[in-house]
Design a protein around this ligand. Structure first.
Ligand SMILES: [Zn+2]
Length: 256
């Protein structure tokens, strides 16, 4: 089985807990004893490296025991480049923070490796690749608001008349004190109504003209951040507050 390390935690001098994303698209926690100098881990256990791994896990236990790990691919240039390294680390962090422990996320492993392969060869694209990867992740996890019907009366939402509420978008009739959502959110919704988040970003990344690419990507990515939240009320509230702000102070990530 192949795996990439999401995180390692030192337990004793030579023992580690290693969290993996495996080629079965699931997250696995393993205990690795006596790592240093061990024949079973000849290439140590490092980030940004793909390993051939063997582990055993008893039924009912949350942690497996790591038998061996041999490195088969190392993204050396990501490690050497600060920009790529921070983007790649953010991708790993997104996986460990957002993905459920118990179930698989389809195509996650191969998509992560593809993203790293690009970051490894084209550092200047790392920020965009990270954005694309985050879009992919959100889309696979179903983090998408309902753009079709009002979350209060369930009638179809009318184009360009979206109002926001904590639980989703509402129609003009149901909106009382709410103000209409900012232009960048409307723009993102217009684009996302006709194609998936992933398609939108993939198509945008293929555009050669930078200004044009930015015009497509910026509202969608900003919108993405606003919905990148778990189900906790606090985070959702924060996300909606974010959406209520104007498109002025764009975070650096979106200045593509
Ligand atoms: Zn309504």
């Amino acid at each position: 089985m192949h795996g990439i390390i999401l995180r390692t935690t030192r337990i004793k001098d030579c023992d580690l807990v290693v969290n993996w994303l495996t080629d079965e698209d699931r997250m696995v926690a393993t205990y690795a004893g006596h790592v240093q100098g061990s024949q079973r881990f000849p290439n140590a256990l490092e980030l940004m490296t793909v390993y051939e791994i063997e582990y055993s896990q008893k039924p009912g236990q949350t942690m497996g025991s790591l038998k061996s790990a041999y490195s088969i691919e190392r993204f050396d240039r990501i490690i050497e480049d600060m920009n790529s390294l921070s983007c790649a680390s953010a991708a790993l962090e997104a996986v460990s923070n957002l993905c459920p422990d118990e179930s698989t996320v389809i195509d996650l492993f191969s998509t992560l490796l593809q993203s790293f392969a690009v970051m490894n060869t084209a550092s200047e694209l790392s920020v965009m690749i990270l954005a694309w990867f985050e879009c992919f992740l959100c889309y696979q996890l179903g983090v998408m608001p309902n753009l079709e019907i009002c979350s209060q009366c369930a009638k179809p939402l009318i184009k360009s008349a979206y109002y926001q509420q904590e639980l989703g978008f509402i129609c003009k009739k149901c909106a009382h004190d709410e103000s209409n959502i900012p232009e960048f959110v409307l723009e993102a919704i217009r684009r996302l109504r006709f194609q998936s988040l992933r398609e939108t970003v993939q198509k945008a990344l293929a555009i050669n003209d930078e200004a044009q690419r930015r015009k497509v990507l910026a509202p969608v990515l900003k919108f993405l951040v606003s919905i990148m939240c778990d189900n906790s009320t606090m985070k959702r509230l924060k996300a909606h507050r974010f959406m209520a702000e104007t498109a002025l102070d764009m975070p650096k990530l979106f200045e593509l």
